[in-house]
Ligand binder design. Structure first.
Ligand SMILES: [Zn+2]
Length: 358
């Protein structure tokens, strides 16, 4: 009886401890839990939840540099996605360079190592299926890490912000965007309303079939945003409703242009009540995200980089998309855990292993 009582109280105690741990975790906004994790979970890659409310298991990184891309803002550590997303970005980079006259992609944010809400920026990008691509081609030389932090946000709009500037906008921009939108795996592509209007006015023939996927939205005049559909077999991923088949070139784009029209700032006559921000808590995300958060991490960034044959090598190898062309030296591989050997400290995020020179 005493033993039973003891056991019972132990059980109650551990249940209480679990509950209080869960409560403690829910006292902190989810962005703080996900925003400070520097490595992905050692799990099978899986998008979990919705683009703006979810997380990413087993994230895969796009290599910092490739034959047709350079990733920027490395200190943010947001070059993580599902293997399908990373493969698609690489494909777009290679094809647009080979066929569209686009020198190569400058790749901005994809997702954090374990996805989830972020400490700054985006509401979406949480499940490894959103990627920001700059509307400026990459330079022909390899940028330094410092340069990548401060890449200018070069708008393709006139200063009125209501029209595309034809001195900045090229046919190559158009071809790049149409190519991205044509991929059947792409669910939507977000651009500034003035860019959508330009495409409405200039696209011809079968290119017009992708206009419905190209959606107007605030911002997005120096970069555009690719959103992928949930990959087949990802049961935990919540698809967005397909965009309507209509091109959206009539009233929709006109309404959006009216919405983004710059207005003179109005000084409030009454003191403005500042609403308390409501942060997304872990409990708002799919239950599996708590598991992702606690799961062990991969050994380092290099082991979780994308390999184009679709396999992820969980060994001490610098896996890159161009591993077939160049292989890392053993010294580079051995140093893979010590990022400080390669780059000056810019923040608390460990920098990725520098790829072998091309
Ligand atoms: Zn974006």
């Amino acid at each position: 009886m005493i033993a039973f009582g003891f056991r019972l109280s132990t059980v109650i105690l551990s249940v209480l401890m679990l509950a209080s741990a869960a409560l403690a975790q829910d006292a902190v906004p989810a962005k703080q839990l996900f925003g400070k994790i520097t490595l992905p979970s050692k799990q099978r890659a899986m998008p979990l939840g919705f683009y703006a409310k979810g997380c990413l298991a087993g994230g895969i990184a796009i290599p910092v540099d490739g034959p047709a891309w350079q990733v920027i803002h490395l200190s943010r550590n947001r070059r993580w996605g599902t293997p399908e997303m990373i493969a698609l970005v690489e494909r777009l980079a290679r094809e647009s360079r080979a066929e569209d006259g686009w020198n190569g992609l400058m790749i901005g944010d994809i997702s954090q190592p374990r996805g989830g809400p972020m400490l700054s920026g985006h509401a979406s990008h949480q499940i490894g299926l959103d990627a920001d691509i700059w509307l400026t081609p990459m330079p022909s030389r390899t940028m330094t890490y410092e340069e990548r932090e401060v890449v200018p946000r070069a708008s393709v709009l006139k200063s009125s912000m209501m029209q595309v500037d034809n001195r900045k906008w090229t046919k190559a921009h158009q071809r790049l965007i149409v190519r991205a939108a044509r991929y059947p795996q792409v669910e939507r592509l977000f651009v500034h309303p003035a860019i959508k209007k330009k495409l409405c006015d200039t696209l011809e023939g079968s290119d017009r079939n992708v206009l419905n996927k190209i959606r107007p939205i605030y911002g997005h005049h120096y970069h555009f945003h690719i959103r992928m559909k949930c990959p087949p077999g990802s049961q935990g991923c919540e698809d967005q409703v397909d965009p309507p088949a209509d091109s959206g070139c009539g009233k929709q784009v006109a309404d959006w242009l009216a919405k983004v029209k710059p207005r003179p700032e109005v000084k409030p006559t009454k003191p403005v009540k500042v609403a308390k921000p409501r942060h997304m808590m872990l409990s708002a995300l799919p239950d599996a995200c708590a598991v992702v958060l606690k799961a062990p991490a991969v050994a380092n960034m290099a082991v979780a980089e994308y390999n184009p044959d679709g396999t992820i090598t969980q060994t001490q190898t610098a896996v890159t998309a161009y591993a077939a062309d160049t292989s890392a030296t053993s010294a580079q591989v051995a140093a893979g855990d010590d990022y400080s050997l390669f780059v000056p400290a810019l923040g608390s995020v460990p920098f990725p292993l520098v790829r072998p020179s091309m």
